[in-house]
Design a protein around this ligand. Structure first.
Ligand code: ADP
Length: 906
């Protein structure tokens, strides 16, 4: 393909990235006005930005590795996938610590944790730079090689001078991009909106490109995966690579997988996107499955492409690292090849951009600034230009890093494959894990231990992985074969006689072994300084100290507020500094014009500065303007204890107030119930008096007539007296019912239980109501299609129930047309009695209400008045017999009242 086309496409693509980043930055600046959310406040963008993990190594290298070693390539994706659930514990804690302490890089993290130590910060920065430059350089190499492949130049030909080398210009362009979007704001804790959006976009592009090539190879060149693997299995070399065999033992799998777990968190670029750029801790929830999903998708077609390439090209000597490009290119799919090239470019550039940004912050905040601020003359010289100076340091660092990487690529990295260099970087950052993991879980982890562990671990890493790469050129071959000075137990690739592991696994094993050992040994044997101890507690217990900057200020000394203000102004300008200070004063209800700062304000200022220039530099600066009294470990423990106790007291208070609230709720519920009962009682009284008054009024009226008029004829007198008797009977019944109900409700009703046959009781009840029924010409039938049913019950009470149900049924039937059926059925251990009529029926909405006391359905059929107590009493009686009663009825279709009683088992 024409090189010019490729260059134009690359430039267009980079231009697009610039555009996206610009757009995102602009959008962010107008966010507040439009009340929209930041783009980064989105778990999907967060997860995509984490995919900066997949570099050109993944894009080109994993295919290369799969072609020679089969499934071995998977281990570095399995590690992060397996560890992802742990992020909620580990990563969330690191994120919280970094937010609280305004930490901006891995170097700053380790330095801050171990007493804000400057030396540690430098050490970590140096390890990172040394470990990462080769990694950046292979990304450059990947873009150059892919360019050569696509444009048809052989990558083996002599390298062009750097002035005509497109990789050189690419390096400069990437430098410009990184400087533009990675060093916009001084405060490295502020988010890089444009940068991260562009990275997330690149992650999408590389995924799509790889999937497109994968689909094309699998289904375009071959007939699906079955075809590829089928053919591959006929080639012994390919088949062997699908199993564990020599060269990729299970021990190697273990070490590679293990190695990728810290890499996903502690590689500077990963730390940058996962921790520093994190907006919300809860985005982790989604990222924990989205990111493994991304890894799954991007590795899905690695084997098909690798095997496809092998099968297609045979032994033509084509480098398997380039299959992703050469397969579409050499089969005439130029467009697809170009897409693959852009995908690879995305993978490489995103890595370079984020990595150099992260490293530049480390270099400025952990190396240059601490050195500079510890020289008193600097402030005079720089004056208010300090913030600009920090920026320029970062920009310069980015350029220098990129140029060194470029130089490394031209002169050294040619001799290594993508994968091996990547693994060497992984092994370098793995050295941070004891200090970091120990630092967030173990309060006794101390500065001396961390330093010793890091130095020894890195030294072993260097000796076992870097030294061998220098062998034929700088060092004699005998070093590898016989060990230094003939000491064979010191052979770099077989330390202490360990020969069964590949060089990477071997190096990781020994370096981590000694690193952890030294860390623990140093921590136990060297006492912590006061500051060390303070930071240890603040880190390990970060979730307990919610606002440590203000609550747990550990500081004894004197500094004027003015001096602190001046310091802030130097870096943040007068306006922002004033705002920040005001915010602090408001939050802590401080007087505006204090002359001396309290410890809270000092700590706060230090944290603000730390966000911009690193923890160690901030420490140096603040102590340079403050008269500090030495503070002892005991004092620190006391202060922290007090604040911890305060927090415990607070928690206890909160718990108590919660309990109180609950009690109040219960109380008001009870109160509500009592009110209801009171109301019910009132209603009960008014209904009952009303019910009693009606018969009494009529009795009184009739007897008065009889009393006052002697001339009432006998027939009328007889009639009047008859009514009086009926009304008194009604009165008695009513009072009996009320008394019954009262006895039921107060629990004083005693049942006289005896064994009896239900059908006899029913027969008696039907007989007892026979008179009533025949008066209305209502037909009552009793059906019992079951054996004799023994129950233990109170006979009189059961009669009362049945008579009530039957008389209700008769009452609500139409005269002459009425039909009533009483049915007795046995079901398992219960017997059901139902009284079914073809009377007026009841609206379903009232089915529950009719069992309440005094409830009577209003309507025409109410003529033969009742008390409204019948069903209430019936229900009580049935419940006392451990049974239940309900009704099934529709207006106009009659009603069925059914009650269940347990059968006697005895
Ligand atoms: P009462 O003594 O007034 O009959 P109950 O408590 O026995 O009081 O019944 C309550 C209400 O339920 C009655 O007023 C009536 O409206 C309704 N009801 C009871 N049984 C029947 C039935 N078999 N058919 C239609 N309505 C009924």
């Amino acid at each position: 393909m024409n090189s010019l086309t490729i260059i134009v496409c690359s430039l267009l693509y980079l231009g697009l990235l610039f555009g996206i980043a610009f757009w995102a930055e602009r959008r962010e600046r107008t966010l507040v006005a439009r009340q929209k959310q930041s783009l980064l406040n989105n778990p999907y963008i967060y997860a995509l930005s984490l995919a900066v993990y997949c570099t050109a190594w993944t894009f080109y290298g994993s295919v290369g590795q799969a072609a020679t070693q089969g499934i071995n390539f998977l281990s570095v994706y399995i590690g992060p996938t397996l560890a992802a659930p742990l992020w909620w514990i580990v990563l969330r804690k690191i994120i919280r610590i970094c937010k609280v302490h305004r930490i901006t890089s891995i170097a700053d993290f380790i330095s801050a944790r171990y007493g804000k130590n400057r030396g540690l910060g430098i050490l970590v920065t140096v390890i990172c730079v040394a470990g990462i430059i080769p990694y950046i350089s292979i990304q450059l190499k990947a873009t150059a090689v892919s360019f050569a492949l696509l444009s048809g130049q052989s990558s083996a030909t002599h390298k062009p001078s750097f002035l005509t080398d497109q990789a050189f210009y690419m390096t400069l362009l990437l430098g410009a991009f990184t400087i533009l979007f990675g060093t916009r704001k001084l405060e490295a804790t502020e988010r890089h909106e444009g940068l991260v959006t562009a990275i997330a976009f690149e992650s999408l592009v590389k995924l799509i490109a790889f999937l497109a090539v994968g689909l094309y190879v699998t289904f375009g060149l071959f007939n699906g995966p079955g075809d590829i693997f089928g053919r591959a299995s006929q080639q012994p070399a390919l088949q062997a690579s699908l199993t564990f065999g020599p060269g990729h033992s299970s021990a190697d799998w273990f070490w590679y997988t293990l190695l990728s777990i810290p890499a996903i968190l502690f590689l500077p670029r990963q730390f940058q996107v996962a921790v520093v750029e994190n907006v919300e801790e809860r985005h982790l929830n989604k990222a924990m499955w989205l990111f493994p999903l991304y890894l799954f998708l991007i590795t899905l077609f690695v084997l098909p492409v690798a095997f496809g390439g092998k099968l297609w090209f045979g032994n033509t000597g084509l480098d398997a690292d380039g299959y992703v490009l050469s397969l579409p290119l050499l089969t005439g799919q130029k467009g697809l090849a170009l897409l693959a090239y852009i995908g690879g470019l995305s993978a490489a550039t995103s890595m370079i951009i984020v990595e150099t940004t992260a490293l530049s912050v480390m270099i400025s905040n952990n190396v240059v600034m601490p050195w500079l601020v510890s020289r008193p003359a600097w402030q005079l010289k720089l004056g208010n230009q300090s913030s600009r100076f920090v920026m320029y340091t970062r920009r310069l660092a980015i350029l220098v890093l990129l140029l060194i990487s470029y130089g490394y690529y031209r002169d050294v990295s040619d001799r290594f494959s993508l994968v091996s260099v990547g693994m060497i970087s992984f092994a370098a950052v793995a050295q941070f894990s004891p200090a970091i993991i120990g630092g967030i879980c173990w309060k006794n982890g101390a500065q001396a231990g961390a330093r010793l562990g890091l130095i020894v671990g890195t030294a072993i890493w260097f000796y076992t992985l870097i030294v061998p790469t220098l062998v034929p050129v700088l060092l004699p071959e005998s070093l590898l074969n016989d060990g230094p000075f003939g000491l064979s137990f010191l052979k770099p690739q077989a330390l202490f006689g360990l020969t069964s592991l590949t060089p990477i696994a071997h190096s990781v094993f020994w370096s981590l072994f000694f690193n952890v050992g030294c860390y623990v040994w140093g921590s136990i044997n060297r006492p912590q300084t006061a500051l060390d101890h303070n930071q240890a507690i603040l880190f390990v217990d970060v979730f307990q100290f919610n606002r440590p900057s203000e609550n747990t200020a550990i500081w004894k000394g004197k500094v004027s507020v003015d001096a602190l203000r001046k310091l802030l102004i130097t870096f943040f300008g007068p306006e922002q500094s004033q705002k920040t200070l005001e915010r602090f004063a408001r939050r802590n209800r401080l007087m505006d014009r204090q002359s001396y700062a309290d410890p809270g304000l000092v700590t706060f200022t230090e944290k603000m500065l730390a966000g911009a220039i690193g923890t160690a530099s901030a420490r140096i600066l603040v102590s340079s303007i403050a008269k500090e009294d030495p503070i002892t470990v005991d004092e620190i423990i006391r202060i922290l204890k007090t604040s911890q106790e305060l927090m415990t007291v607070n928690k206890e208070l909160e718990r108590k107030s919660n309990e109180l609230q609950q009690l109040t709720r219960q109380l008001s519920e009870t109160n509500e119930r009592l009110k209801q009962m009171d109301q019910q009682k009132d209603e009960f009284l008014s209904t009952i008096t009303h019910e009693i008054r009606t018969p009494i009024t009529s009795i009184r009226a009739l007897t008065e007539i009889l009393h006052d008029n002697d001339d009432v004829d006998t027939a009328t007198r007889q009639q009047f007296l008859g009514t009086v008797i009926k009304e008194s009977e009604r009165l008695t019944r009513l009072i009996n019912q009320v008394l019954d109900l009262e006895r039921f409700e107060s629990g004083r009703m005693r049942l006289h239980l005896e064994p009896l046959l239900l059908r006899d009781v029913i027969k008696d009840a039907v007989e007892a109501t026979g008179q009533l029924a025949s008066e209305k010409y209502v037909d009552v039938q009793f059906l019992a299609d079951c054996p004799p049913t023994p129950v233990v019950a109170d006979r009189d009470r059961l009669m009362q129930v049945l008579i009530n149900l039957l008389s209700n049924a008769i009452k609500f039937c139409e005269p002459e047309k009425g039909r009533i059926i009483v049915r007795l059925v046995v079901e398992g251990t219960t017997c059901n009695v139902s009284v079914c009529d073809n009377g007026a029926g009841i609206d379903p909405a009232l089915h529950e209400l009719i069992f309440e006391k005094f409830y009577q359905v209003q309507g025409d059929h109410r003529k033969p008045k009742g008390s409204g107590l019948g069903l209430a009493i019936t229900k009580k009686i049935i419940e006392l017999h451990n049974g239940s009663i309900d009704v099934d009825s529709q207006p106009g279709h009659g009603s069925v009242f059914t009650f269940q009683l347990p059968l006697s088992t005895g």
